[in-house]
Design a protein around this ligand. Structure first.
Ligand code: EPZ
Length: 435
């Protein structure tokens, strides 16, 4: 809901166990991919988040039968899909609707999707997606802000990605699984969610090899069948809780994860002096009072994930010394810095580099979430700040984190969701003042 806020009283250490939900960025590709099957797919461990709910609506809009339940199970039947155009108002709400390009092109030989355009973290071109579709024999035009793709027949080809792109890698896979002959994607993205999509496609009977490496080989098949599939745990949600545990000096078991997917976060936390213990399906983080400074450069997997750059900036803002954070993927992913400065952080941004001078502590303040991961960063800042922090625009956070305040409350955080227009004064008067 647009006017909801989070109200956080800082200073509580997080302790206990938190279970991580399914991976958002796998779910947003696997749900549309299910339309390619000639019978229904049952998909489990979906995160029940706004982006998934909106995507289910979009799939229904093009004609699919989709049931999505709060326990994270979806049943998707793509057989009734009759439309190859996705509605503009819906696509505007969800950038990842561009996966419908690969799916509808594979299904109908044509697709019309509004150009997704940029978003809160900077320019988001899709030239590599289009390069892939054209290599497979499609004709792609952009007319009046609509991407129009047409192909008599999709024929496998070798495609070299000029930029390592998660979206382009996945979208080309979706278009190629039923193309005629072999496709090779060179310089492919290796993220865990890319591998999860490939595993899902293979569960439907596709022939995708090499996902997780920089070369993916696909042999087109005639038919794909419905299957049952369980989504992997969310690497970014897990990393967010690891950073929150460290920042509060707490002791948290982040469970239901694949530790290998979290190696770059673990490495950075260890470098800062935090204690991280890896189990088979959990990571335990015990934070220290004053972490050491660190340098971070975001890179495609297995490098440090750009989606955790913003939460990590908070930990760096109270570290001992000067940390340098280089955001190499997106050109506008430091909008959280302005808000952290309002809380007393000492951070300077020059182009794609943030220089973080560690301060003794942050102080609570009213702040605004500008995008999903900036919102997550502000929650962590509120958890460690002296006094009360109120975050608005939290609808951004609900797009990617399922019940985040409930999970944090269970770990001992003093956080609550203020409903639309709930009197802040009433809440504040019964607590400390803001800031
Ligand atoms: C996915 O976005 C994620 N979104 C993003 O997560 C994530 O930050 C990003 O991958 C990087 O890991 C989903 O999976 C839904 P890219 P995507 O294509 O696919 C350039 C979150 O917070 N590029 O890997 O759009 C692009 O500009 C979100 O969960 C081109 O130049 O990212 C960027 O610099 C935010 N041409 C770089 O590649 C293209 O055709 C990586 O982008 C495509 C991308």
């Amino acid at each position: 809901m647009l006017l909801e806020k989070f109200y956080i009283v800082g200073g509580k250490k997080l302790t206990g166990t938190v279970t991580i939900a399914g991976a958002k960025n796998a779910a947003l590709a696997i749900l549309p991919a299910a339309l390619l099957a000639d019978s229904p797919c049952v998909i489990d461990n979906l995160p029940y988040i706004d982006d998934v709910i909106v995507l289910a609506d979009i799939l229904a809009e093009v004609g699919a039968n989709v049931t999505l339940s709060k326990n994270g199970r979806a049943v998707v039947d793509g057989r009734p899909v009759s439309r190859y155009k996705a509605p503009h108002d819906m696509v505007k709400r969800l950038r990842a609707s561009y996966y419908l390009l690969g799916v509808l092109l594979a299904k109908f030989g044509k697709a019309e999707i509004p150009f997704p355009g940029g978003c809160e973290i900077g320019a988001r071109p899709i030239d590599q997606h289009i390069k892939g579709f054209e290599a497979l024999g499609a004709k792609v035009d952009i007319e009046h802000g609509i991407i129009k793709a047409r192909a008599e027949k999709l024929v496998g080809n070798e495609i070299y990605l000029d930029v390592v792109s998660v979206g382009a890698t996945i979208n080309i896979m979706l278009a190629a699984v039923k193309a005629e002959g072999p496709t090779i994607i060179v310089n492919a993205a290796k993220e865990p969610h890319v591998v999860d999509v490939a595993n899902f496609l293979n569960s439907m009977g596709a022939n995708v090899k090499g996902a997780g490496t920089d070369t993916i080989r696909i042999k087109g098949v005639e038919k794909l069948n419905g299957c049952e599939y369980t989504i992997i745990p969310d690497q970014i949600e897990a990393g967010t809780f690891m950073i929150a545990a460290a920042a509060t000096g707490g002791d948290v078991v982040v469970s239901g994860v694949i530790p290998k997917h979290l190696e770059s976060i673990t490495a950075k936390l260890l470098e800062m002096g935090e204690e991280v213990i890896e189990g088979d399906d959990y990571v335990r983080v015990r934070g220290i009072a004053k972490p050491r400074r660190v340098n971070i450069k975001t890179l495609p997997y297995p490098g440090f994930p750009t989606d955790l750059q913003q939460p990590m900036t908070v930990l760096c803002s109270i570290a001992k010394g000067t940390s340098v954070i280089h955001e190499s993927l997106f050109d506008h992913r430091f909008r959280h810095v302005e808000e952290l400065r309002r809380m007393g952080a000492n951070i300077k941004v020059e182009d794609r580099v943030a220089i973080c001078e560690g301060v003794d502590f942050l102080t609570g303040a009213p702040v605004t979430a500008t995008d999903l991961r900036a919102g997550a960063a502000l929650i962590i800042a509120g958890l460690i700040a002296h006094g009360v922090t109120v975050i608005d625009n939290i609808h951004f956070i609900d797009r990617g984190y399922e019940k985040i305040e409930q999970k944090l409350m269970k770990l001992g955080a003093d956080i609550r969701r203020l409903n639309d227009g709930e009197s802040l004064l009433k809440v504040v008067s019964s607590n400390n003042t803001i800031g």
